[in-house]
Design a protein around this ligand. Structure first.
Ligand code: PDD
Length: 288
């Protein structure tokens, strides 16, 4: 059985209990993070915790996520994942437990901090080379998608639509713009330039998105941060999504139509290789 972290203690998952008055349960009043470790080395954990710190500040939850670095390592260790090829730690912080009332409890209560570790499989090379499929769905989300809120119902429904359609990903479309995936960011390639929606309140500023932009620049691939119109998807040379467990994932079909000639393109391949090199370099203690 896995060992999880809850409010300062490590305990078997089945023994981890949160009171029904937790504001995460009642209001989705909290945020989360997902960071990946490869053979025990974290990929940009500092950036994940910095994003969590800004989310906590936006929600006025008084908690310093810097204390979670040790929790990340300890969860890998206690779950036998310290040398796993790839593992994630999920961490969630809610405002805490208080009788249901919309406004913040006064005086403030201690936040609830929960985390677990899990192995994940890096993409299968054969499957990856065939490319993945997606559908588009209208984006019904609020105007603070930059906050990694645990209120994920639109993302859940979008991903379920993808499952029901027998495809891999769902892409949110807002005002005619293909904005991001249900759990990843979206890139399109036009004439060799990798394009992705600019950081704003309408998308999650992905840590992998930033890493991929850095890797592209380092390899001389031009990048542009601008909106991608839905109609232009069909003219894109390539599409791919990025995310902590998605890594760099080529999309070759959207809404049943081929994109990028239905084949994985050169830019996605280069960036996937660059990503794998960055992961490999972690073993030598390199900072990516
Ligand atoms: N999803 N956009 C959305 C809506 C996301 O939920 C995610 C991450 C991303 C990519 O962010 P990053 O590169 O920092 O993982 C973009 C996580 C992994 C999840 O919900 O499990």
């Amino acid at each position: 059985m896995s060992v999880v972290y809850l409010n300062g203690a490590y305990l078997p998952a089945a023994e981890a209990m949160v009171p029904v008055d937790d504001r995460g349960f009642l209001f989705a009043d909290g945020i989360y993070e997902v960071a990946a470790a490869y053979e025990g080395r974290w990929l940009r954990l500092d950036a994940h915790l910095a994003r969590m710190a800004s989310g906590l500040a936006a929600l006025s939850i008084d908690f310093d996520p810097a204390s979670l670095v040790a929790v990340h390592d300890e969860l890998l260790r206690r779950n036998g994942l310290a040398n796993a090829p790839a593992a994630i730690v999920y961490v969630q912080v809610t405002r805490g437990v208080a009788p249901r009332s919309h406004a913040f409890p006064t005086p403030a209560v201690a936040p609830t901090v929960y985390a677990f570790a899990k192995e994940f499989r890096r993409p299968d090379p054969v499957r990856w080379s065939e490319g993945y499929s997606a559908i588009t769905v209208p984006d019904p989300r609020w105007a603070r998608c930059d906050i990694k809120s645990i209120a994920l119902l639109p993302n859940v429904l979008a991903q379920q639509s993808a499952v029901a359609a027998g495809v891999d990903d769902a892409l949110f479309v807002k005002d005619g713009i293909a904005i991001e995936g249900a759990h990843n960011n979206l890139f399109a390639v036009f004439g060799g330039t990798a394009v992705t929606y600019p950081k704003s309140n309408y998308i999650l500023p992905g840590i992998t998105r930033d890493l991929v932009l850095d890797l592209a620049r380092a390899r001389g691939i031009p990048v542009e941060e601008r909106p991608i119109r839905l109609e232009s998807l069909w003219d894109a040379d390539e599409l791919f999504t990025t995310g902590t467990t998605t890594e760099v994932r080529p999309i070759v079909s959207v809404d049943g139509r081929r994109v990028g000639g239905g084949r994985v393109g050169a830019v996605a391949r280069t960036l996937h290789e660059a990503f794998s090199e960055a992961v490999g370099a972690l073993a030598s203690g390199a900072v990516t």
